[in-house]
Write a protein that binds this ligand. Structure first.
Ligand SMILES: Cc1cc2nc3c(=O)[nH]c(=O)nc-3n(C[C@H](O)[C@H](O)[C@H](O)COP(=O)(O)OP(=O)(O)OC[C@H]3O[C@@H](n4cnc5c(N)ncnc54)[C@H](O)[C@@H]3O)c2cc1C
Ligand SMILES: NC(=O)c1ccc[n+]([C@@H]2O[C@H](COP(=O)([O-])OP(=O)(O)OC[C@H]3O[C@@H](n4cnc5c(N)ncnc54)[C@H](O)[C@@H]3O)[C@@H](O)[C@H]2O)c1
Length: 472
């Protein structure tokens, strides 16, 4: 055991969420030890957002060019899979975290490599190569430990060398046939990426694809996938999986159907990574432990916090970083004695947007970009809402491409006359989403929003059409 250390705030996990907590408490004048067992930067930088978006982007750009006369005639080749893989590798800095370590050091954070677990009140033990370092925090211990992939209960799966999202985002070769188990965001995005790189892809979903997204938008994404020759099997249970004599994965599906692939990607959701890290010894059950909007444990020790995937609220990088800013500010304020046990909604000490205004994008082609609540979710919250929907067809879309197809939905709280949810589906709608996020978070009254004039000719003119159809 090396000499015990002391710091103001211990952050376990140097993914995007953990880096942001540590950076912000240090900027506010506290000290922080940041512990990381793998790569500084975490899942998003090396095995999730960045490589998966890089695998998709080239195919999307090529498709955009193919939809505009004059440009399409110039596109005579096909996607260069090797170049796409190499660009993806550059995006991950070849899985080297040196530049992120430089940032951590430059920010004045103390980085400790190794695997951490809580060993007592405000105390964490870090193991590296048989050496243990003990660190005690004066104010807070923050779990920013991310999440781990779920393993579905499919007969035969255990022990097989299948792909998780890490293997799919870091692969060096494109499989001839790929089966994707799971119709969530990871599955759908990676299915399209690999189909465009040249794989014959089958997606097996036990329910619908993207079941948390608006059905009209999902229909357009399904159409996009089918155009890329992705076979989509929805409402299909997977009974078992085995390897055939050639080493290929063979899935036995309900109704005695089969799906075969050289590789099998299992992307069936993720669970917060808080188990086996010492919380049980403190008398806490990680399965039921929750965290309030300041990030602090509910019915737990007052020094224990969680952010990002580890907090288990919203599994998205930008929301994790938002939670990190909020939690860092709450820890600093509590250390200074200026914040008590509770904090007001929408104050800088609560991640209130997690309840009302989470922006999320499915980066397929076409994209789905959505913020806030669906009509059903708003009704379940007791709101009296209306829903306005239409195809996205404006002058801007006809300029954007010769065959733009999109769909927009706006949910209005009829008692307050403000927008509580928006969903766009179509090419490049992700860049439109922040306008909707501002309208939802700002609770901009509709009669004022009417004066926010979208420029002509852009896709954002869909705002005008939505408000007109609503009745303004
Ligand atoms: C395929 C895929 C694509 C995605 N695409 C997007 C996207 O486009 N946009 C988006 O917003 N989100 C996306 N996500 C979600 C996003 O990746 C996560 O929400 C985000 O990475 C969570 O960040 P985090 O810092 O909370 O956790 P992580 O990035 O997982 O970081 C946790 C860190 O903690 C470390 N750690 C864990 N336990 C310990 C321990 N005991 N001791 C020391 N260190 C420990 C880990 O090594 C890791 O580095 C995607 C996810 C997947 C799987
Ligand atoms: N563009 C993005 O922002 C992006 C991209 C990828 C992932 N993510 C995040 O990462 C998280 C993990 O992604 P994910 O796609 O793994 O999870 P997910 O929760 O989005 O989807 C999991 C899917 O697996 C299905 N499933 C679960 N058990 C199954 C079983 N036994 N058999 C068949 N299907 C089963 C579910 O019905 C669901 O459709 C998501 O919560 C998402 O927020 C975000």
């Amino acid at each position: 055991m090396s000499e015990a250390q002391e710091t103001d705030v211990i952050v376990i996990g140097a993914g995007s969420s953990g880096e942001n907590v540590a950076g912000r408490v240090v900027a506010a004048g506290l000290s922080s030890v940041l512990v990381e067992s793998e790569l500084v930067g975490g899942e998003c930088s090396y095995w999730a957002c960045m490589p998966s978006k890089a695998l998709l982007r080239s195919g999307t750009v090529l498709n955009r060019a193919r939809e505009v006369s004059g440009a399409k005639e110039a596109v005579t080749g096909k996607l260069d899979a090797q170049q796409v893989l190499e660009r993806r590798t550059r995006m991950t800095n070849n899985w080297d975290d040196a530049s992120q370590v430089d940032w951590v050091n430059g920010a004045g954070i103390t980085l400790l490599r190794g695997s951490a677990r809580v060993s007592g009140e405000r105390t964490v033990e870090v193991q590296l190569d048989g050496e243990t370092t003990s660190v005690t925090a004066r104010h807070a211990v923050v779990f920013a430990t991310g999440s781990t992939p779920n393993v579905p209960p499919v007969d035969g799966l255990a022990g097989l060398d299948y792909w998780g999202t890490r293997e799919a985002t870091s692969a060096k070769e494109v499989p001839e046939r790929l089966v994707v188990l799971g119709g969530g965001v990871s599955g759908v995005e990676l299915a399209q990426a690999y189909a465009r790189l040249g794989s014959r892809v089958t997606v097996v979903a036990r329910h619908k694809l993207l079941s948390n997204y608006p059905p009209e938008g999902v229909k357009l994404v399904e159409k996009g996938l089918r155009r890329d020759n992705v076979e989509i099997l929805t409402d299909t249970a997977t009974e078992s999986v085995r390897l055939d004599e050639d080493g290929r994965f063979v899935l036995t599906l309900a109704g005695n159907r089969h799906a075969t692939g050289d590789k099998l990607l299992v992307s069936t959701g993720r669970t917060a990574n808080t188990r086996g890290l010492g919380l049980e010894e403190l008398g806490l059950d990680p399965k039921t432990l929750t965290f309030d909007l300041t990030g602090r444990a509910v019915d737990g020790p007052t020094w224990l916090y969680a952010v990002g995937d580890a907090a288990g609220q919203v599994l998205l990088t930008h929301q994790g970083k938002y939670e990190a800013r909020v939690t860092a500010d709450a820890i600093v304020a509590r250390a200074a004695g200026t914040l008590g046990d509770t904090a007001e909604e929408w104050s800088k000490y609560t991640s209130t947007a997690n309840k009302y205004a989470v922006p999320q994008v499915v980066f397929t082609d076409p994209e789905i970009a959505m913020v806030g609540r669906t009509a059903e979710a708003a009704q379940a919250d007791g709101l009296r809402v209306s829903e306005t929907s239409l195809p996205i067809t404006v002058a801007g879309t006809s300029i954007h491409s010769d065959k733009y197809t999109g769909w927009a939905t706006m949910v209005v709280d009829e008692d307050r006359k403000v927008i509580v949810g928006v969903a766009f589906t179509g090419p490049d709608v992700a860049e439109l989403l922040h306008s909707a996020t501002i309208a939802v978070v700002g609770e901009v009254p509709l009669d004022r929003l009417w004066h926010a004039v979208p420029p002509y000719p852009t896709v954002s003119e869909v705002w005008l059409r939505l408000l007109e159809k609503y009745g303004l």
